[in-house]
Ligand binder design. Structure first.
Ligand code: DMJ
Length: 643
């Protein structure tokens, strides 16, 4: 191989080396020979040096590329077809035209880098001239821009779907002046609850009406998500409190943000937020509620990433990491939590055309159908890793309740086409009647709880919703037992009314017993509280709608008066710690469900039946009305948006 370094040496004639031949004339020929040899040695050493230098010294052109970060730009210019040789990726010969282009390119980039540096320097100098506040304002503007961009990305336009039949959203005015007055009183209570939350707790999840500040619990995570606003919207709407509704809408539009690092309860966020937003959307037609509901639902989906598809109880809205409550049996998920998603998720699929929501809840249903049920009952705990039941506790109250409610309501909401859900409901309540429902010595029908192999003769306030459920499910029941289930609903309503009537405050305790001479009374101190819960009033309302027996309005009015007398404080409404004490103490929490459910059911109880008729609306477990989807059957094939 000829190297450019060798070329100049090969043509040169070296001058003879004069070592003083005149001093050694007889050695003249010998000296000439050794002289040649030495010269040859020097020459070959020199050649070796040059040769080594060429191969082992670093390639400066490569360094240049690296320094400028141009490696990727320059390598494609090594083009062997134009006379250059590509040896291991480096151009070493015949650069000519290409080398010229490289130099130009390097020069251009160097100039650009220089110009960018200068520009950045200028900008920095300008920034330093500005005040701290100005700089902060600029940073904020930049941040807002980024947030807006992200929002735009998040709020992809949703497919237009025909709105289902929205009947009876502005009706219900009673003709009877006495009933009208009562209804107005309930509306005034709603205004009192809202105005105080507006003043002292705005944007917080709930209100502390005595301390007059915001309140929250771990179900909402650690961020201010305005739970009371979202939960209250549809109640405000049906009461005609439109200014308040608009205030709520504005807050939601500007502030409700789900990209927060916050671990929330999947169930609570679903029933209160997604349910509340969907109902507000259907009632008002305002797109913002639909968009927010869909954004939030997307944040809940990672909770379903478990080995079985049974969702975790909690999920971090930002990271998507899920886990279960520490107190739940054997790391289990809770029946009433993963079993109370169906109504909202079917509507999400309907509104988005995305089957993902529907598939998630149907997967849960299929899994439950395959499992063995002890005595035909569904235990409260199910492990999402193994797909096995945890403790065999069964309840129609806390931990179980709304699972049964949603089986029935899935059927109703599908315009009675989801017969699979109806069958599951019928099977379940048959087992419940057989194993959990009893009559006390005093003749009160109660629903106990199955624990550790025996029936605990205790009923929770939460369980009182079941009276309404039995009445709602009477029509369409197996073997035409409509009369029987309506009667069962009436008996539960009566028992729950007794639990109120046997207290000093005429408000119901959290749990009451039917044991050893005790009937419908709380025994333990920590079961004597009333936290503004709705279930008893909910049952009065359903019973009123199906029977029009005036006693339900009378009982509802008793409860209204008791709440106004004992729970009302100047800063809102508070729960009380002991319903048997004549001087009760407050728990200082105005629960969001008081506005979503308790006041709504009371208002409906004193309205005509044409307000949210039950043939067209189904109430989720947080009393948010969702329209019957006449277009949808169980596979949603009738849904024009379903792809
Ligand atoms: C509400 O959040 C819902 O009704 C839920 O299903 C259980 N109970 C609370 C209010 O008591």
């Amino acid at each position: 191989m000829t190297t450019p370094a060798l070329l100049p040496l090969s043509g040169r004639r070296l001058p003879p080396l004069n070592l003083g031949a005149s001093a050694f004339p007889h050695h003249r020929a010998t000296l000439r020979l050794s002289e040649k040899f030495i010269l040859l040695l020097i020459l070959s050493a020199f050649i070796t040096l040059c040769f080594g230098a060429f191969f082992f010294l670093p390639d400066s052109s490569k360094h240049k590329r690296f320094d400028l970060g141009l490696e990727d730009v320059l390598i494609p210019h090594v083009d062997t077809s134009k006379g250059g040789k590509n040896l291991g990726g480096f151009l070493i010969h015949g650069q000519g035209h290409d080398e010229h282009r490289h130099r130009e390119e390097e020069e251009r980039l160097r100039n650009k880098i220089r110009a960018d540096h200068e520009k950045a320097l200028e900008e920095a100098k300008e920034k330093l001239k500005k005040s701290r506040d100005e700089i902060q304002a600029e940073i904020q503007t930049e941040k807002n821009k980024v947030v807006q961009e992200l929002k735009k990305k998040d709020s992809k336009p949703l497919p237009p779907v025909p709105l289902p039949n929205l009947i009876g959203i502005n009706s219900g005015e009673p003709a009877d002046p006495d009933i009208r007055e009562k209804r107005n009183k309930i509306k005034e209570m709603m205004k009192h609850a809202w105005d105080n939350y507006r003043q002292y707790g705005w944007g917080h999840n709930e209100l502390k009406p005595i301390a007059r500040k915001g309140h929250s619990t771990n179900i909402f995570g650690n961020s201010q998500m305005g739970a009371t606003i979202v939960d209250a919207l549809d109640t405000l709407y049906i009461m005609g409190l439109h200014d308040e509704f608009r205030e709520g809408q504005e807050w939601i539009d500007k502030n409700l943000d789900f990209s927060v690092n916050s671990e929330v309860s999947v169930f609570e966020v679903n029933i209160r937020f997604i349910g509340g937003l969907l109902a507000a959307y259907y009632l008002s037609g305002q797109e913002v509620f639909k968009i927010k509901a869909v954004q939030l639902a997307g944040k809940l989906l990672p909770a379903f990433n478990t080995p079985t598809g049974i969702p975790w109880a909690m999920v971090n809205l930002k990271s998507g990491v899920g886990r279960n409550w520490g107190w739940a049996s054997a790391g289990s998920s809770i029946l009433a939590e993963f079993g109370t998603l169906h109504m909202e998720f079917v509507h999400l699929t309907y509104l988005t055309g995305d089957p993902v929501y529907y598939n998630k809840v149907m997967h849960i249903r299929k899994l439950l159908q395959k499992m063995d049920r002890p005595n035909g009952l569904y235990p409260n705990y199910l492990n999402p890793r193994t797909g096995r039941w945890g403790q065999h506790h069964t309840s129609v109250g806390g931990l179980g309740d709304s699972f049964y409610e949603y089986l029935l309501k899935a059927w109703l909401m599908s315009d009675k086409t989801d017969t699979e859900a109806r069958k599951m409901y019928d099977d379940a309540i048959e087992a419940i009647e057989k194993h959990l429902i009893r009559k006390s010595n005093g003749g009160l029908t109660f629903i106990g709880e199955w624990k550790n192999g025996h029936l605990e003769r205790k009923m929770g306030h939460l369980t009182c919703f079941a009276g309404g459920m039995f009445a709602l499910g009477a029509d369409g029941s197996r073997d035409d037992k409509a009369g029987h289930y309506l009667q069962l609903g009436a008996e539960i309503a009566h028992t729950c009314h007794e639990s109120y009537d046997r207290t000093t405050l005429k408000l119901g305790p959290e749990a009451f017993k039917f044991d050893g001479g005790v009937e419908a009374v709380a025994v333990r101190q920590n079961e004597k509280y009333y936290i503004l819960r709705p279930e008893v009033i909910e049952t009065y309302w359903y019973m009123w709608r199906f029977t029009h027996d005036p006693k339900y309005r009378q009982w509802g009015w008793e409860a209204t008066q008791a709440i106004d007398k004992y729970c009302r404080v100047s800063g809102g409404f508070s729960g009380v710690k002991d319903v048997y004490s004549s001087s009760p103490t407050y728990d200082d929490v105005q629960q969001s469900f008081f506005l979503a459910e308790t006041l709504k059911y009371l208002y409906l109880l004193f309205s005509n039946d044409d307000l949210l008729p039950l043939d067209n609306w189904v109430f989720n477990t947080e009393a948010h009305p969702l329209p019957v989807l006449h277009l949808a059957n169980t596979t949603l094939s009738g849904n024009p948006a379903y792809r």
